[in-house]
Design a protein around this ligand. Structure first.
Ligand code: URA
Length: 426
């Protein structure tokens, strides 16, 4: 194992056999955390060749992964952002168009949220389904969102946990292998990747995100899987809501046709590519169908059938989910234009309220959250409510408000408008 660490440290590529053996040793826990961490830092600093990344991804997807319990026609993955509630909308939307969707999702960590935590805002929502329950739900409803099984790509579970505490997360080869190993293990023939770019994402510049997206598409090609990567903006939160129940409420509004414009546009783009790939039709035609399903209530009806099938009480769907009792607002004291938003700062403000977790397995508070109403490049008159906070107590509300104010910078509008969709890579 020391020789393997030395080779990566000295920029000597690992052979196929060496890489395969290394990942096997990681999964079988034959190497201690300190050696795995040393190798991760070497890979982070020196990078890996395409061949090494392809082999690493294949080994991570294969070693220790059981056959998937269900193979869908299309899968989707986001590299993580702030206010990213797209999966809650996409899953029932594409299912309403006849594309069955079984999505394995994760929990939030750090400043980024997780789909499972958001769904558990519905009292009684079940994220663990038996194989029989899953098959029945897919046959009857066409959509299920479940917890990623612990044994899917177990190498990633170990490597990711160590990357998180060794400052080696934001590495293009390591993110590509992490994302694609989980996607390849789930065996879907079509994959849509939402690659987030900006101050709330792991990739802060478009150039880095393009490099990551191209690499993941090449990994897909090497494994004969069709991958489309869609670069989306994370230089401001997506939509307005950040938290759990508060994001579910916004997702429900979007499914009923009155969601925020940026979120609606992003959902329509992602959904149209997913439907086009699954049904082998043109993206423009898929976009027309996606828009109709949102407008005529089919997507909302599918959402209701889905969440009630997984344990939500249908009565709670007649209104918004309740939020934490202490509400504070930030009103602009003067007319102002938003120059930039430090999106990670807003994510961290939600974290201080208790919407996320500092360490794995910590419980989250589903009812706390933030709505940040201002968008980059827009001007607002005096008295505009720029943000509102839902907290458990006044002290937490004040601290979150301070962080939100710190994250928003006023001044001249940037030269280019923030478009939700930045590029599509096939
Ligand atoms: N999402 C993943 O699944 N893995 C990473 O490494 C980063 C984001």
């Amino acid at each position: 194992m020391i020789e393997i660490i030395e080779k990566t440290r000295d920029r000597k590529p690992l052979s196929r056999g060496e890489m395969w053996r290394w990942i096997e040793a990681v999964v079988q826990e034959e190497v201690p955390d300190y050696q795995v961490s040393a190798w991760l830092m070497a890979a982070y600093l020196n990078g890996l060749t395409d061949e090494e990344i392809f082999t690493m991804t294949e080994a991570m997807a294969t070693i220790g992964s059981p056959p998937p319990r269900h193979i869908g026609m299309v899968d989707k993955h986001s590299t993580g952002g702030v206010g990213d509630k797209t999966s809650l909308i996409l899953a029932p939307l594409v299912a309403a168009l006849g594309v069955p969707m079984v999505k394995m999702s994760g929990r939030g960590l750090g400043h980024t949220g997780g789909t499972l935590d958001k769904l558990e805002s519905f009292p009684g929502f079940q994220v663990q389904l038996s194989t029989e329950q899953l098959e029945r739900q897919v046959a009857e409803v066409g959509v299920a969102v479940i917890a990623q099984s612990h044994d899917l790509a177990p190498a990633d579970a170990r490597l990711y946990a160590l990357r998180d505490v060794t400052a080696t997360v934001d590495s293009i080869p390591l993110i590509a292998a992490s994302v694609m190993s989980k996607k390849l293990a789930a065996k879907s023939p079509n994959i849509v990747l939402d690659v987030k770019v900006g101050s709330g994402a792991f990739m802060e510049t478009k150039q880095q995100a393009m490099e990551l997206a191209h690499l993941m598409v090449r990994i897909g090609q090497a494994h004969k899987v069709r991958v489309k990567a869609i670069l989306t903006d994370m230089n401001q939160p997506l939509g307005y809501a950040i938290g759990n129940a508060i994001e579910v409420n916004e997702a429900m509004a979007t499914l009923r046709g009155h969601g925020p414009e940026d979120l609606t546009q992003e959902v329509k783009t992602l959904a149209s590519h997913m439907v086009a790939m699954a049904q082998n039709i043109a993206v423009e035609r898929a976009l027309g169908e996606v828009s109709s399903a949102l407008d005529d209530g089919r997507a909302w009806k599918k959402f209701v059938s889905w969440v009630t099938a997984q344990g939500a009480d249908a009565r709670v769907l007649n209104a918004d989910l309740p939020l934490a009792p202490i509400r504070t607002t930030w009103e602009l004291p003067a007319q102002a234009t938003v120059a930039s938003i430090n999106t990670k700062g807003i994510g961290l403000a939600a974290l201080t309220l208790g919407a996320g977790r500092h360490v794995k397995d910590q419980p989250v508070d589903h009812q706390v959250g933030i709505r940040c109403f201002v968008k980059v490049g827009q001007s607002y008159p005096t008295g505009t409510v720029a943000a509102e906070i839902y907290a458990r107590d006044a002290q937490a509300a004040d601290e979150a408000l301070r962080l939100v104010k710190e994250a928003v910078t006023f001044g001249p509008a940037p030269d280019t408008a923030n478009e939700p969709i930045l590029a599509i890579i096939e």
